[in-house]
Design a protein around this ligand. Structure first.
Ligand SMILES: Cc1cc2nc3c(=O)[nH]c(=O)nc-3n(C[C@H](O)[C@H](O)[C@H](O)COP(=O)(O)OP(=O)(O)OC[C@H]3O[C@@H](n4cnc5c(N)ncnc54)[C@H](O)[C@@H]3O)c2cc1C
Length: 429
Protein backbone atom coordinates (compact mmCIF):
# COMPACT_ATOMS: atom_id res chain seq x y z
CA UNK A 1 0.00 0.00 0.00
CA UNK A 2 2.83 2.45 0.86
CA UNK A 3 2.83 5.27 3.36
CA UNK A 4 -0.15 7.59 3.44
CA UNK A 5 0.11 11.31 4.24
CA UNK A 6 -2.10 14.38 4.33
CA UNK A 7 0.35 16.15 2.01
CA UNK A 8 3.38 15.21 -0.06
CA UNK A 9 5.74 18.06 -0.93
CA UNK A 10 8.17 17.38 -3.78
CA UNK A 11 11.23 19.65 -3.55
CA UNK A 12 12.91 20.41 -0.22
CA UNK A 13 14.18 23.84 -1.24
CA UNK A 14 13.15 27.26 -0.01
CA UNK A 15 9.42 27.07 -0.77
CA UNK A 16 8.99 23.34 -0.15
CA UNK A 17 10.57 23.34 3.32
CA UNK A 18 8.54 26.39 4.27
CA UNK A 19 5.23 24.88 3.12
CA UNK A 20 5.98 21.51 4.76
CA UNK A 21 6.97 23.15 8.06
CA UNK A 22 3.88 25.38 8.22
CA UNK A 23 1.49 22.52 7.40
CA UNK A 24 3.20 20.05 9.76
CA UNK A 25 3.31 22.52 12.64
CA UNK A 26 -0.44 22.85 12.20
CA UNK A 27 -0.86 19.12 12.70
CA UNK A 28 -0.76 17.60 9.20
CA UNK A 29 1.17 14.43 8.36
CA UNK A 30 3.58 15.75 5.74
CA UNK A 31 6.28 14.03 3.70
CA UNK A 32 9.03 16.09 2.05
CA UNK A 33 10.71 14.43 -0.94
CA UNK A 34 13.87 15.56 -2.72
CA UNK A 35 16.22 13.80 -5.13
CA UNK A 36 19.32 15.71 -4.02
CA UNK A 37 22.08 14.35 -1.80
CA UNK A 38 22.51 17.68 -0.02
CA UNK A 39 19.73 19.82 1.38
CA UNK A 40 18.80 23.14 -0.28
CA UNK A 41 21.89 23.72 -2.39
CA UNK A 42 20.48 26.88 -3.95
CA UNK A 43 20.03 28.49 -0.56
CA UNK A 44 23.57 27.45 0.32
CA UNK A 45 25.22 29.08 -2.72
CA UNK A 46 22.94 32.11 -2.83
CA UNK A 47 24.07 35.65 -2.15
CA UNK A 48 27.73 34.64 -2.37
CA UNK A 49 27.20 32.16 0.51
CA UNK A 50 25.31 34.63 2.72
CA UNK A 51 21.86 34.30 1.16
CA UNK A 52 20.12 37.53 0.23
CA UNK A 53 17.00 36.08 1.84
CA UNK A 54 14.57 38.97 1.37
CA UNK A 55 14.19 42.60 0.41
CA UNK A 56 12.55 45.10 2.74
CA UNK A 57 10.81 46.76 -0.20
CA UNK A 58 9.25 43.60 -1.64
CA UNK A 59 5.98 44.35 -3.43
CA UNK A 60 4.33 43.12 -6.66
CA UNK A 61 6.22 45.90 -8.50
CA UNK A 62 9.43 43.85 -8.41
CA UNK A 63 7.95 40.69 -9.90
CA UNK A 64 7.51 39.67 -13.53
CA UNK A 65 4.57 37.50 -14.42
CA UNK A 66 1.82 37.42 -16.99
CA UNK A 67 -0.22 38.57 -14.01
CA UNK A 68 2.12 40.74 -11.87
CA UNK A 69 -0.66 41.17 -9.29
CA UNK A 70 -0.89 37.45 -8.60
CA UNK A 71 1.78 37.52 -5.85
CA UNK A 72 0.10 40.35 -3.92
CA UNK A 73 -2.03 38.24 -1.62
CA UNK A 74 0.79 35.88 -0.56
CA UNK A 75 3.23 38.77 -0.04
CA UNK A 76 0.68 40.60 2.08
CA UNK A 77 -0.09 37.53 4.19
CA UNK A 78 3.60 36.76 4.78
CA UNK A 79 6.07 39.55 3.98
CA UNK A 80 9.71 40.35 4.78
CA UNK A 81 8.81 41.35 8.37
CA UNK A 82 7.28 37.94 9.04
CA UNK A 83 10.39 36.14 7.81
CA UNK A 84 12.51 38.41 10.03
CA UNK A 85 10.34 37.38 13.02
CA UNK A 86 11.16 33.76 12.19
CA UNK A 87 14.89 34.52 12.02
CA UNK A 88 14.70 36.37 15.35
CA UNK A 89 13.01 33.38 16.96
CA UNK A 90 15.94 31.26 15.79
CA UNK A 91 18.54 33.88 16.78
CA UNK A 92 19.84 34.40 13.26
CA UNK A 93 21.38 37.84 12.70
CA UNK A 94 21.46 39.76 9.42
CA UNK A 95 22.46 43.05 7.86
CA UNK A 96 21.21 45.28 5.06
CA UNK A 97 23.67 45.58 2.21
CA UNK A 98 22.16 47.66 -0.54
CA UNK A 99 18.69 49.01 -1.32
CA UNK A 100 16.80 46.89 1.21
CA UNK A 101 18.65 43.64 0.45
CA UNK A 102 19.07 41.57 3.64
CA UNK A 103 21.90 39.03 4.04
CA UNK A 104 22.89 36.67 6.85
CA UNK A 105 25.73 37.94 9.04
CA UNK A 106 27.01 34.40 9.24
CA UNK A 107 26.30 32.09 6.28
CA UNK A 108 23.37 30.78 4.21
CA UNK A 109 23.60 27.62 6.25
CA UNK A 110 21.76 29.41 9.08
CA UNK A 111 18.69 29.83 6.85
CA UNK A 112 18.78 26.14 5.90
CA UNK A 113 19.00 25.21 9.57
CA UNK A 114 16.02 27.44 10.48
CA UNK A 115 13.88 25.69 7.89
CA UNK A 116 15.14 22.26 8.85
CA UNK A 117 14.38 22.91 12.54
CA UNK A 118 10.90 24.21 11.65
CA UNK A 119 10.25 21.02 9.67
CA UNK A 120 11.52 18.86 12.50
CA UNK A 121 9.41 20.73 15.07
CA UNK A 122 6.36 19.79 13.03
CA UNK A 123 7.44 16.17 12.59
CA UNK A 124 7.86 16.35 8.79
CA UNK A 125 8.96 12.98 7.35
CA UNK A 126 11.93 13.18 4.99
CA UNK A 127 12.48 11.10 1.84
CA UNK A 128 15.87 12.25 0.63
CA UNK A 129 17.61 11.46 -1.63
CA UNK A 130 14.57 10.04 -3.35
CA UNK A 131 13.59 10.37 -7.00
CA UNK A 132 9.92 10.35 -8.00
CA UNK A 133 9.37 8.15 -11.05
CA UNK A 134 5.69 8.84 -11.67
CA UNK A 135 2.69 10.59 -10.19
CA UNK A 136 -0.91 9.42 -10.56
CA UNK A 137 -4.31 10.55 -9.39
CA UNK A 138 -6.44 8.30 -7.14
CA UNK A 139 -9.94 8.69 -5.77
CA UNK A 140 -8.73 10.19 -2.50
CA UNK A 141 -5.57 11.96 -3.60
CA UNK A 142 -2.28 11.23 -5.33
CA UNK A 143 0.04 8.28 -5.67
CA UNK A 144 3.77 8.84 -6.10
CA UNK A 145 5.99 6.03 -7.34
CA UNK A 146 9.39 6.73 -5.88
CA UNK A 147 12.66 4.83 -5.89
CA UNK A 148 12.07 4.05 -2.21
CA UNK A 149 8.52 2.82 -2.73
CA UNK A 150 5.03 4.24 -3.22
CA UNK A 151 3.72 7.23 -1.28
CA UNK A 152 0.06 8.22 -1.07
CA UNK A 153 -1.12 11.70 -0.11
CA UNK A 154 -4.39 13.56 -0.10
CA UNK A 155 -2.64 16.64 -1.48
CA UNK A 156 0.43 17.14 -3.62
CA UNK A 157 2.67 20.23 -3.57
CA UNK A 158 5.02 20.81 -6.51
CA UNK A 159 8.02 22.76 -5.20
CA UNK A 160 10.97 21.68 -7.32
CA UNK A 161 11.86 25.23 -8.39
CA UNK A 162 13.13 26.22 -11.81
CA UNK A 163 15.68 24.87 -14.27
CA UNK A 164 18.53 27.24 -13.46
CA UNK A 165 21.82 25.48 -12.64
CA UNK A 166 20.98 21.96 -13.94
CA UNK A 167 24.52 20.94 -12.92
CA UNK A 168 23.22 21.18 -9.32
CA UNK A 169 20.19 18.98 -9.96
CA UNK A 170 17.58 21.48 -11.16
CA UNK A 171 14.87 19.84 -13.27
CA UNK A 172 11.55 20.61 -14.95
CA UNK A 173 9.71 18.13 -12.69
CA UNK A 174 7.03 20.58 -11.50
CA UNK A 175 6.30 21.75 -15.03
CA UNK A 176 6.06 18.18 -16.34
CA UNK A 177 3.67 17.06 -13.60
CA UNK A 178 1.63 20.25 -13.89
CA UNK A 179 1.30 19.61 -17.63
CA UNK A 180 0.30 16.01 -16.95
CA UNK A 181 -2.66 17.32 -14.93
CA UNK A 182 -3.64 19.74 -17.70
CA UNK A 183 -2.21 22.99 -16.29
CA UNK A 184 -0.98 25.56 -18.81
CA UNK A 185 2.66 26.62 -18.71
CA UNK A 186 4.11 30.00 -19.60
CA UNK A 187 7.16 29.24 -21.76
CA UNK A 188 10.12 28.96 -19.34
CA UNK A 189 13.32 30.92 -20.03
CA UNK A 190 16.61 31.55 -18.25
CA UNK A 191 16.42 34.86 -16.35
CA UNK A 192 18.79 36.93 -14.22
CA UNK A 193 21.38 35.72 -16.70
CA UNK A 194 24.34 37.21 -18.61
CA UNK A 195 23.63 38.32 -22.19
CA UNK A 196 25.81 37.14 -25.06
CA UNK A 197 26.65 38.44 -28.53
CA UNK A 198 27.80 37.13 -31.85
CA UNK A 199 31.50 36.28 -31.18
CA UNK A 200 32.76 38.11 -34.29
CA UNK A 201 30.81 41.23 -33.52
CA UNK A 202 31.78 41.17 -29.84
CA UNK A 203 35.51 40.72 -30.52
CA UNK A 204 36.35 44.46 -30.30
CA UNK A 205 34.85 44.55 -26.78
CA UNK A 206 36.23 41.22 -25.54
CA UNK A 207 39.41 42.98 -24.40
CA UNK A 208 37.26 44.77 -21.82
CA UNK A 209 36.47 41.55 -19.90
CA UNK A 210 36.55 42.32 -16.18
CA UNK A 211 35.77 46.05 -16.49
CA UNK A 212 32.77 47.17 -14.48
CA UNK A 213 30.96 50.49 -14.05
CA UNK A 214 27.61 51.88 -12.97
CA UNK A 215 25.22 52.44 -15.86
CA UNK A 216 21.55 52.99 -16.56
CA UNK A 217 20.04 50.15 -18.57
CA UNK A 218 16.69 50.13 -20.25
CA UNK A 219 14.63 47.80 -22.33
CA UNK A 220 11.42 48.37 -24.16
CA UNK A 221 9.17 45.43 -24.91
CA UNK A 222 8.92 45.17 -28.69
CA UNK A 223 5.41 43.71 -28.63
CA UNK A 224 2.98 42.54 -25.99
CA UNK A 225 3.04 38.84 -25.25
CA UNK A 226 0.39 36.50 -26.62
CA UNK A 227 -0.01 38.32 -29.90
CA UNK A 228 -1.44 41.37 -28.18
CA UNK A 229 -4.15 39.62 -26.18
CA UNK A 230 -2.65 40.36 -22.78
CA UNK A 231 -0.07 43.15 -22.73
CA UNK A 232 0.53 42.60 -19.04
CA UNK A 233 4.27 42.87 -18.67
CA UNK A 234 5.68 46.38 -18.24
CA UNK A 235 6.49 48.03 -21.53
CA UNK A 236 9.65 49.76 -20.27
CA UNK A 237 12.12 48.50 -17.67
CA UNK A 238 14.99 50.62 -16.37
CA UNK A 239 17.73 49.93 -13.82
CA UNK A 240 20.65 51.95 -12.43
CA UNK A 241 23.14 49.19 -11.61
CA UNK A 242 26.63 47.91 -12.31
CA UNK A 243 27.56 46.48 -15.69
CA UNK A 244 30.36 43.95 -16.18
CA UNK A 245 32.11 43.25 -19.50
CA UNK A 246 32.88 39.56 -20.12
CA UNK A 247 34.62 37.66 -22.91
CA UNK A 248 31.30 36.65 -24.47
CA UNK A 249 29.17 39.67 -23.67
CA UNK A 250 27.77 41.52 -20.68
CA UNK A 251 26.97 40.57 -17.12
CA UNK A 252 26.78 42.24 -13.69
CA UNK A 253 23.64 43.09 -11.68
CA UNK A 254 22.32 45.57 -14.25
CA UNK A 255 22.44 43.05 -17.10
CA UNK A 256 20.95 40.30 -14.92
CA UNK A 257 18.03 42.60 -14.14
CA UNK A 258 17.42 43.60 -17.75
CA UNK A 259 17.85 39.98 -18.97
CA UNK A 260 14.57 38.99 -17.30
CA UNK A 261 12.76 41.47 -19.55
CA UNK A 262 14.77 40.82 -22.71
CA UNK A 263 13.47 38.63 -25.53
CA UNK A 264 15.43 37.43 -28.58
CA UNK A 265 15.45 40.15 -31.19
CA UNK A 266 15.05 43.02 -28.71
CA UNK A 267 17.72 45.71 -28.33
CA UNK A 268 18.90 46.96 -24.94
CA UNK A 269 19.97 50.52 -24.30
CA UNK A 270 22.78 51.51 -21.96
CA UNK A 271 23.63 54.97 -20.68
CA UNK A 272 27.32 54.59 -19.90
CA UNK A 273 27.51 57.88 -18.07
CA UNK A 274 24.23 58.33 -16.19
CA UNK A 275 23.61 61.67 -14.52
CA UNK A 276 26.36 63.51 -16.44
CA UNK A 277 25.90 65.55 -19.64
CA UNK A 278 28.80 64.15 -21.69
CA UNK A 279 28.25 66.46 -24.66
CA UNK A 280 28.60 69.50 -22.46
CA UNK A 281 31.53 68.02 -20.52
CA UNK A 282 33.51 67.09 -23.66
CA UNK A 283 32.92 70.36 -25.45
CA UNK A 284 33.83 72.32 -22.27
CA UNK A 285 37.02 70.24 -21.83
CA UNK A 286 38.31 71.32 -25.28
CA UNK A 287 39.91 74.35 -23.68
CA UNK A 288 41.79 72.16 -21.22
CA UNK A 289 45.03 71.66 -23.19
CA UNK A 290 46.46 68.83 -25.29
CA UNK A 291 44.67 65.78 -23.92
CA UNK A 292 43.20 63.23 -26.31
CA UNK A 293 39.52 62.32 -26.42
CA UNK A 294 40.37 58.97 -24.78
CA UNK A 295 42.27 60.74 -21.98
CA UNK A 296 39.31 63.06 -21.39
CA UNK A 297 36.99 60.06 -21.11
CA UNK A 298 39.46 58.33 -18.78
CA UNK A 299 38.75 61.05 -16.24
CA UNK A 300 35.25 59.69 -15.77
CA UNK A 301 35.76 56.02 -16.72
CA UNK A 302 38.41 53.39 -16.03
CA UNK A 303 41.28 54.15 -18.50
CA UNK A 304 41.05 50.67 -20.08
CA UNK A 305 37.38 51.23 -20.80
CA UNK A 306 37.92 54.71 -22.25
CA UNK A 307 40.53 53.54 -24.75
CA UNK A 308 39.13 50.17 -25.76
CA UNK A 309 35.46 51.20 -25.84
CA UNK A 310 36.14 54.24 -27.96
CA UNK A 311 38.22 52.19 -30.37
CA UNK A 312 35.62 49.43 -30.56
CA UNK A 313 32.65 51.76 -30.93
CA UNK A 314 34.25 53.25 -34.05
CA UNK A 315 34.59 49.89 -35.79
CA UNK A 316 32.25 49.03 -38.60
CA UNK A 317 30.89 45.65 -37.45
CA UNK A 318 29.96 45.82 -33.78
CA UNK A 319 26.87 44.53 -31.98
CA UNK A 320 25.38 48.03 -31.88
CA UNK A 321 22.37 49.42 -33.61
CA UNK A 322 22.72 52.70 -35.51
CA UNK A 323 23.72 53.79 -38.93
CA UNK A 324 27.15 53.85 -40.56
CA UNK A 325 27.26 57.65 -40.59
CA UNK A 326 27.16 57.73 -36.77
CA UNK A 327 29.96 55.15 -36.73
CA UNK A 328 32.11 57.28 -39.00
CA UNK A 329 31.83 60.16 -36.52
CA UNK A 330 33.41 57.90 -33.90
CA UNK A 331 36.13 56.39 -36.10
CA UNK A 332 39.64 57.44 -35.04
CA UNK A 333 38.32 59.69 -32.26
CA UNK A 334 40.25 57.96 -29.45
CA UNK A 335 43.69 59.31 -30.40
CA UNK A 336 42.47 62.69 -31.63
CA UNK A 337 43.31 65.71 -29.49
CA UNK A 338 40.14 66.95 -27.88
CA UNK A 339 40.90 70.49 -29.04
CA UNK A 340 40.99 69.28 -32.66
CA UNK A 341 37.76 67.28 -32.46
CA UNK A 342 34.80 69.04 -34.07
CA UNK A 343 31.92 69.69 -31.65
CA UNK A 344 29.72 67.70 -34.04
CA UNK A 345 31.81 64.57 -33.52
CA UNK A 346 31.96 65.07 -29.75
CA UNK A 347 28.19 65.38 -29.61
CA UNK A 348 27.86 62.19 -31.68
CA UNK A 349 30.19 60.48 -29.20
CA UNK A 350 28.16 61.75 -26.25
CA UNK A 351 24.98 60.47 -27.91
CA UNK A 352 26.59 57.06 -28.28
CA UNK A 353 27.76 57.04 -24.65
CA UNK A 354 24.31 57.92 -23.30
CA UNK A 355 22.43 55.67 -25.69
CA UNK A 356 24.65 52.68 -26.45
CA UNK A 357 22.11 50.43 -28.13
CA UNK A 358 23.04 46.77 -28.43
CA UNK A 359 21.46 43.69 -29.94
CA UNK A 360 22.28 40.66 -27.80
CA UNK A 361 22.09 37.39 -29.70
CA UNK A 362 21.33 35.19 -26.69
CA UNK A 363 21.80 34.48 -23.02
CA UNK A 364 24.37 32.39 -21.18
CA UNK A 365 21.54 29.88 -20.58
CA UNK A 366 20.31 27.92 -17.56
CA UNK A 367 23.88 26.96 -16.62
CA UNK A 368 24.58 30.56 -15.63
CA UNK A 369 21.09 31.84 -14.85
CA UNK A 370 20.00 32.60 -11.29
CA UNK A 371 16.38 31.78 -11.99
CA UNK A 372 13.89 30.52 -14.52
CA UNK A 373 11.14 32.90 -15.60
CA UNK A 374 7.81 31.61 -16.85
CA UNK A 375 6.42 28.44 -15.31
CA UNK A 376 2.96 27.31 -14.27
CA UNK A 377 0.50 29.94 -15.52
CA UNK A 378 -0.90 31.95 -12.62
CA UNK A 379 -4.37 31.74 -14.22
CA UNK A 380 -4.30 28.06 -13.28
CA UNK A 381 -3.81 28.74 -9.56
CA UNK A 382 -5.74 30.31 -6.72
CA UNK A 383 -3.57 33.14 -5.43
CA UNK A 384 -4.37 32.51 -1.75
CA UNK A 385 -3.76 28.76 -1.66
CA UNK A 386 -1.61 28.21 -4.80
CA UNK A 387 -4.00 25.36 -5.55
CA UNK A 388 -4.80 24.32 -9.08
CA UNK A 389 -8.25 25.35 -10.27
CA UNK A 390 -8.57 22.40 -12.63
CA UNK A 391 -6.93 19.75 -10.42
CA UNK A 392 -8.10 20.19 -6.79
CA UNK A 393 -5.51 19.06 -4.25
CA UNK A 394 -2.56 19.95 -6.47
CA UNK A 395 -0.55 23.02 -5.39
CA UNK A 396 2.41 24.70 -7.11
CA UNK A 397 4.75 27.07 -5.23
CA UNK A 398 8.06 28.92 -5.52
CA UNK A 399 9.99 29.38 -8.71
CA UNK A 400 7.96 26.79 -10.61
CA UNK A 401 5.12 29.34 -10.76
CA UNK A 402 5.20 32.12 -13.38
CA UNK A 403 6.32 34.69 -10.77
CA UNK A 404 9.91 35.90 -11.14
CA UNK A 405 11.50 38.44 -8.85
CA UNK A 406 14.12 41.03 -9.63
CA UNK A 407 17.63 40.50 -8.35
CA UNK A 408 17.88 41.49 -4.68
CA UNK A 409 16.19 38.93 -2.42
CA UNK A 410 12.78 38.98 -4.07
CA UNK A 411 12.90 35.39 -5.32
CA UNK A 412 13.43 33.99 -1.85
CA UNK A 413 10.67 36.24 -0.51
CA UNK A 414 8.33 34.73 -3.12
CA UNK A 415 9.46 31.24 -2.06
CA UNK A 416 8.69 32.03 1.63
CA UNK A 417 5.37 33.79 0.87
CA UNK A 418 4.05 31.16 -1.54
CA UNK A 419 5.26 28.38 0.78
CA UNK A 420 3.44 29.83 3.78
CA UNK A 421 0.27 30.55 1.77
CA UNK A 422 0.21 26.94 0.59
CA UNK A 423 1.13 25.48 4.01
CA UNK A 424 -1.75 27.37 5.63
CA UNK A 425 -4.17 26.40 2.87
CA UNK A 426 -3.31 22.71 3.26
CA UNK A 427 -4.66 22.88 6.79
CA UNK A 428 -7.72 24.92 5.97
CA UNK A 429 -10.01 21.93 5.20
C1 LIG B 1 23.63 31.10 -7.91
C2 LIG B 1 22.28 31.53 -7.40
C3 LIG B 1 22.20 32.54 -6.45
C4 LIG B 1 20.96 32.98 -6.01
N1 LIG B 1 20.91 33.97 -5.06
C5 LIG B 1 19.71 34.41 -4.64
C6 LIG B 1 19.63 35.41 -3.62
O1 LIG B 1 20.64 35.80 -3.03
N2 LIG B 1 18.40 35.88 -3.29
C7 LIG B 1 17.24 35.41 -3.87
O2 LIG B 1 16.16 35.87 -3.53
N3 LIG B 1 17.30 34.42 -4.79
C8 LIG B 1 18.49 33.92 -5.17
N4 LIG B 1 18.54 32.91 -6.10
C9 LIG B 1 17.26 32.34 -6.58
C10 LIG B 1 16.69 31.38 -5.50
O3 LIG B 1 17.70 30.45 -5.15
C11 LIG B 1 15.48 30.63 -6.03
O4 LIG B 1 14.57 31.52 -6.62
C12 LIG B 1 14.79 29.86 -4.90
O5 LIG B 1 15.68 28.93 -4.34
C13 LIG B 1 13.55 29.15 -5.43
O6 LIG B 1 13.00 28.40 -4.39
P1 LIG B 1 12.21 27.05 -4.71
O7 LIG B 1 11.89 26.44 -3.40
O8 LIG B 1 11.13 27.31 -5.67
O9 LIG B 1 13.27 26.13 -5.46
P2 LIG B 1 14.68 25.59 -4.93
O10 LIG B 1 15.12 26.33 -3.73
O11 LIG B 1 15.55 25.54 -6.12
O12 LIG B 1 14.35 24.09 -4.45
C14 LIG B 1 13.95 23.11 -5.35
C15 LIG B 1 14.27 21.76 -4.73
O13 LIG B 1 13.67 20.76 -5.57
C16 LIG B 1 14.58 19.70 -5.74
N5 LIG B 1 14.28 19.02 -7.02
C17 LIG B 1 14.47 19.49 -8.26
N6 LIG B 1 14.05 18.60 -9.16
C18 LIG B 1 13.59 17.51 -8.47
C19 LIG B 1 13.05 16.27 -8.83
N7 LIG B 1 12.88 15.93 -10.12
N8 LIG B 1 12.68 15.40 -7.85
C20 LIG B 1 12.87 15.72 -6.54
N9 LIG B 1 13.39 16.90 -6.13
C21 LIG B 1 13.74 17.80 -7.09
C22 LIG B 1 15.95 20.35 -5.72
O14 LIG B 1 16.95 19.40 -5.34
C23 LIG B 1 15.75 21.45 -4.68
O15 LIG B 1 16.09 21.03 -3.38
C24 LIG B 1 19.77 32.41 -6.52
C25 LIG B 1 19.85 31.38 -7.47
C26 LIG B 1 21.09 30.94 -7.89
C27 LIG B 1 21.15 29.81 -8.88
Amino acid sequence: MGDRFDAAVVGAGAAGMMAAAVAARRGLRVVLIDHAERLAEKIRISGGGRCNFTNLGASPAQFLSRNPDFCRSALRAYGPGDFLDLLRAHRVSWHEKHRGQLFCDDSSESIIQVLRRECEAGGVRWRMPCAVRAVGREADGFRLDTVTGPIRAARLVLATGGMAIPQMGATDFSLRIARQFGLRIVEPRPALVPLTFDPDQWRPYAALAGVSLEVRLSHEAAAPEDGGKRPRRPVRAEFLEDLLFTHRGLSGPGILQISSHWRPGDPIRIDLSPGRDMAEALVAAKTGGRQTVAAALAQVWPRRLAEAWLGAAGQAAGPEAGDARDRRELEGLAGLRLADAPDRRLRALAGHIHGWTLWPTGTAGYKKAEVMSGGVDTDELDQRSLESRRCPGLHVIGEAVDVTGWLGGYNFQWAWSSGVACGRALTAD
